[in-house]
Design a binder for this molecule. Structure first.
Ligand code: BGC
Length: 386
């Protein structure tokens, strides 16, 4: 097997006006790709493209799948039900690019692919960023939906779409209900709405707004606090991580972003506490989700076979979970709480066998890897050279 020899990352924001139709959206992506290809050598060379698409897809083959629904506040109406790989291929052809999608991959799956490429003990991948999700490697015979389906390895990656997990055991507050009411995908993605980056700041904003309405703690700031999504999660993180004695960063954020001009230290401390609670809950729920996967895989220490004496267990296997996403990578307190909860649920001994490994841009590179593997497999099947 070769290795990843070069990796370049470019970030592009999708302007609002390109979110009107799927054609606009995919044309924008194709144009961005065209710019990249034109800057490289070999413009006309046929290329295989790995397409990371971080939304729920009904996968029809390695390189095709239709969008089930948008999440994370995205909404480009006419895309639901369409084969998103086909949409991108059409746009690429329109641009005159000799590039075709050979792997359509969820971001968790890309992250797992890259994680597994570097370390075969990687059995699952988790994304905790703007949205959240996880995938893991399951035995094919354990997947009821896929009875009779053969894979070379006997295993298959399951994209859990855990963001849409819901259970009556999940304690839901009135703030979670208000948040859900504000979103375009009401009643969907309940777990994601308690955990991920686009929602945490808003939960805090809802709590502060309620305090402002029911007390005079924030003076007459109830109005400014009534604007949905004015407190983004990076601000929540900055508030929680302000370790200055007078909480000067908290004061600045309250003044500049929430129009609360003169909150005394006691009030600033209250705001920090609220950010802490919301962060800790999200991190602990994420940890519980990861333990759920480890349990399913028999790697949580509870199902290890007892030795003949019946007293000791076999050495637990080393387990690696690839992890990616801005909330986990850029917010140390979140990470700390997640690690702490993992150790608490698994016990120190088992927790030491589990490594959460950050893969930088793994979802993109992993998709490229899968595209390369898939197109070389196809060529092999067709008897061509690799
Ligand atoms: C999407 C998943 C994705 C996750 C992380 C969720 O909103 O449904 O497909 O993996 O966000 O990006």
């Amino acid at each position: 097997m070769g290795s990843v020899i070069s990796q370049k990352v470019e970030d592009h924001t999708i302007p609002e006006e390109f979110m009107g139709s799927s054609e606009d959206l995919f044309n924008l992506v194709a144009l961005a790709l065209k710019n990249i290809v034109e800057r490289e050598d070999g413009k006309d060379e046929k290329r295989a493209l790995g397409f990371t698409f971080s939304f729920p897809v009904r996968q029809n083959s390695v390189s095709s799948g239709s969008l089930i629904r948008w999440t994370k506040g995205f909404s480009v109406g006419d895309t639901v039900g369409k084969d998103v790989a086909q949409c991108l291929n059409d746009a690429l052809a329109m641009c005159g690019l000799n590039v075709r999608v050979t792997a359509l991959v969820n971001d968790t799956v890309g992250t797992l692919a890259l994680g597994h490429y570097y370390d075969e003990d990687t059995v699952a991948a988790v994304i905790i960023g703007a949205g959240t999700n996880a995938c893991y490697i399951e035995r094919t015979d354990a997947i009821i939906k896929c009875q009779g389906l053969l894979t070379n390895s006997g295993g298959m990656v399951v994209n859990m779409e855990w963001g849409n997990f819901w259970s009556s055991h999940l304690p839901r507050t009135s703030y979670d209900i208000s948040l859900d009411d504000e979103t375009q995908n009401r009643n969907d993605q309940g777990f994601e709405k308690m955990i991920s980056g686009i929602y945490l700041g808003e939960i805090v904003r809802l709590v502060l707004h309620r305090i402002a309405e029911e007390s005079d703690v924030f003076g007459d700031a109830a109005d400014s606090l009534s604007t949905p999504f004015i407190l983004s999660t990076p601000f929540l993180a900055a508030i929680r991580e302000d370790d200055s004695p007078d909480l000067s960063e908290v004061r600045r954020i309250l003044q500049e972003h929430l129009k609360i001009p003169s909150a005394p230290l006691k009030t600033r401390r209250l705001v920090v506490k609220i950010c802490d609670i919301v962060t800790r809950r999200a991190a602990r729920l994420s940890a519980a989700g990861i333990v759920g996967i480890l349990k399913k895989l028999g790697r949580d220490g509870s199902s290890g076979p007892a030795s003949s004496s019946g007293r000791t267990r076999d050495q637990p296997k080393k387990t690696v979970v690839a992890i990616e996403g801005s909330l986990y990578q850029d917010y140390p307190v979140f990470r700390e709480y997640l690690d702490e909860a993992l150790a608490e649920i698994l016990g120190e001994e088992v927790a030491q066998t589990v490594t959460l490994r950050v893969t930088e841009d793994g979802s993109g590179s992993g998709a490229a890897l899968l595209a390369a593997v898939n197109s070389s497999n196809r060529q092999r099947q067709q008897g061509g050279s690799i």
